[in-house]
Design a protein around this ligand. Structure first.
Ligand SMILES: Cc1cc2nc3c(=O)[nH]c(=O)nc-3n(C[C@H](O)[C@H](O)[C@H](O)COP(=O)(O)O)c2cc1C
Length: 203
């Protein structure tokens, strides 16, 4: 019975992955020294660019955010737990955005060895605003396998998860590709399930 359930579940996930996402997605990212920029290019390639609009957060406005129901946010963390500088400049505006009905996933770059007390804090800083402002965050990612002592990115109700994908190209660049691949499949699946659920509730 359990075996049958697993087959049906896997088949369901395959169907979900192969169907197209009908929403356009807004991807907003910021990068100080180019690492998040490079990762964003890899992300877009892995995702398949056709349904994504990409904007640097330094050029973004609140209206840009208001256009999208589905968003992906990318950033790095700097100076002991601070947001990447362009995100920092935009943060007061970001806090005023109404995320009700919006679905957001976050990826963040950081350095778990050099800044182990503040590892990818930026993911958590953005995640908390989205949740406080009524949004849904998808793409939570296991903390297992990382070496750090503390992080604002840890989910409040579950210390085994980050609010988004943590990438450490300073120490573990060899793991980035597989983390990215896995996360893209996870986010696409969760996104389709969330949209499907909304559609079912609406009919
Ligand atoms: C001065 C300095 C401060 C940093 N502070 C943090 C930090 O608090 N937390 C963290 O996880 N990473 C920290 N990092 C690591 C960066 O986030 C990491 O190198 C990232 O890949 C940079 O991405 P970017 O070039 O897109 O900004 C810091 C790096 C430097 C050089």
């Amino acid at each position: 019975m359990l075996y049958l359930f697993r087959i049906i579940k896997n088949k369901y996930i395959c169907i979900l992955i192969s169907t197209k996402i009908m929403e356009r997605i807004g991807l907003f990212f910021g990068s100080d020294t180019g690492c998040t920029d490079d990762f964003t290019k890899d992300f877009i390639e892995e995702w398949g660019a056709e349904d994504i609009d990409v904007k640097e957060i330094g050029d973004a406005t609140i209206e840009d955010f208001n256009q999208y129901k589905v968003m992906i946010l990318g950033l790095s963390t700097w100076y002991d737990g601070d947001l990447q500088s362009d995100w920092e400049s935009f943060f007061e505006d970001f806090k005023t955005i109404d995320f009700t009905g919006k679905i957001v996933s976050i990826y963040g770059l950081g350095d778990q060895i050099g800044y182990g007390e503040y590892f990818v804090d930026g993911i958590g800083i953005l995640g908390e605003v989205i949740l406080n402002n009524g949004g849904t965050v998808i793409g939570y990612w296991p903390t297992e396998g990382y070496r750090f002592s503390d992080s604002v990115a840890i989910v409040k109700e579950n210390e085994n998860l980050f609010y988004g994908l943590a990438i450490d190209n300073d120490n573990e660049s060899q793991l980035t590709e597989q983390r990215l691949r896995k996360w893209v499949i996870q986010v696409k699946t969760e996104l389709k399930m969330a949209l499907l659920k909304e559609h079912q509730l609406a009919v």
